[in-house]
Design a protein around this ligand. Structure first.
Ligand SMILES: [Zn+2]
Ligand SMILES: [Zn+2]
Length: 372
């Protein structure tokens, strides 16, 4: 996705980053020549990255939102770029534009809406972005995360790629002093990975293969090691191997080096056709497979059902973070899951186009937006 702006299409006070437009003058040129003045005034205006349509992310200046009843306003301190953001931008994952993206974020409470009693100004929080209707079949069956009316901050409702964000009090989790804001922005992906681990049912001593050594793979790695697994990480980018080893991988291999029929547990953490197909090949008899990586909508993979029969495989999905956000706060807070080493790049919000490009390169680990 190429981002560019054109002089004629810049309305007063707005900056456009638009993948549909031809490249030309860069956003930075405008910033540096002073063609556009961007200033954030607390309580008045803020910068936000608003997803308008496929390949159309606009960096806009707009009013700081007001927290309604039961809501708080936070100053966003860190927001992680996720594969889901890239999928949304390409039209490969559902969302409700126009919306400020960013669903992995943490910040400081600066204003309380009416009736908020559990949070105070200055509190440091991470955000659980997933919101349920509490009335549908799944909500009434204790499976809220499968809610028919699921909405998410940063997907359907304005999220964290902004200087300020409104967060319902019930979606906020206090951060202990040991968790800084950058680590706080990791709580959501760690919470999702805990769900993935629950689906894997690792027993101590199990041979575990994790297919994909990106930030998600490396969080799953640490959880799998904590659960007693002996973990092999398969990752084609060899520069990522040393970090995987430092975080507990017993072995790191190229995908083509993974042995077939060898693993008790296989966790697919790339969301691509090749790794989904390979997950069945490398699973041993009786193995559990978790397809954790978010593949684009419409992706088809070739699985031989006879292999699933012959090996009596258990194949599971893993969807968001049911009741795992508080566990994630604890695991990050105690250092049982280390997330700081996963951050490879930090960008200010005004450079989110470059941040997305770096994320898409496949050579970065976690790319963080630090609004300032
Ligand atoms: Zn995410
Ligand atoms: Zn529901």
């Amino acid at each position: 996705m190429a981002f560019s702006i054109e002089d004629s299409q810049i309305p007063r006070g707005n900056v456009f980053l638009n993948g549909n437009r031809p490249t030309g003058d860069s956003f930075y040129a405008y910033m540096h020549t002073g063609a556009i003045q961007i200033e954030s005034v607390e309580g008045e205006d803020m910068i936000a990255a608003r997803f308008m349509d496929i390949d159309d992310l606009q960096l806009v200046e707009e009013d700081v939102p007001k927290p309604g009843p039961g809501e708080v306003l936070i100053k966003v301190k860190a927001a992680g770029i996720c594969g889901t953001d890239a999928h949304i931008l390409k039209g490969e994952s559902a969302s409700t534009p126009p919306v400020i993206l960013g669903h992995e974020y943490a910040g400081e409470v600066v204003e309380l809406g009416e009736g908020v009693t559990g949070l105070h100004q200055g509190d440091r929080i991470s955000v659980d972005p997933n919101m349920f209707c509490h009335t549908c079949y799944y909500c009434h069956s204790g499976k809220e995360h499968l809610c028919l009316n699921l909405t998410a901050l940063g997907v359907d409702i304005d999220g964290g790629f902004a200087e300020y964000a409104v967060v319902p009090e019930v979606q906020a989790h206090l951060l202990p002093p040991s968790v800084d804001f950058t680590a706080g922005a990791f709580i959501e992906p760690v919470a999702c990975c805990i769900r993935g681990l629950q689906q894997a049912h690792i027993q101590p001593g199990d041979e575990v293969a994790i297919l994909g050594g990106g930030p998600i793979g490396l969080i799953l790695l640490q959880l799998a090691v904590a659960a007693g697994g002996r973990v092999t990480v398969s990752e084609p980018v060899q520069s990522k191997w040393s970090l995987a080893k430092a975080l507990g991988a017993g072995r790191t291999v190229l995908p083509e080096e993974l042995p077939d029929d060898a693993f008790d547990i296989v966790i697919e953490a790339a969301g691509i056709k090749a790794t989904v197909e390979q997950s069945v090949q490398v699973a041993r008899r009786g193995a559990s497979i978790v397809w954790f990586g978010v593949s684009p909508q419409g992706l088809q993979a070739a699985i031989e059902p006879h292999e699933v029969f012959r090996k009596e495989l258990h194949i599971s999905g893993s969807f968001i973070n049911p009741h795992t956000h508080a566990r994630a706060v604890k695991l990050v807070g105690t250092g049982a899951v280390r997330v700081e080493p996963l951050v490879s790049h930090r960008f200010p919000l005004t450079e989110i186009d470059e941040a997305l490009r770096v994320h898409a390169s496949g050579h970065a680990n976690k790319v963080m937006i630090i609004p300032e």
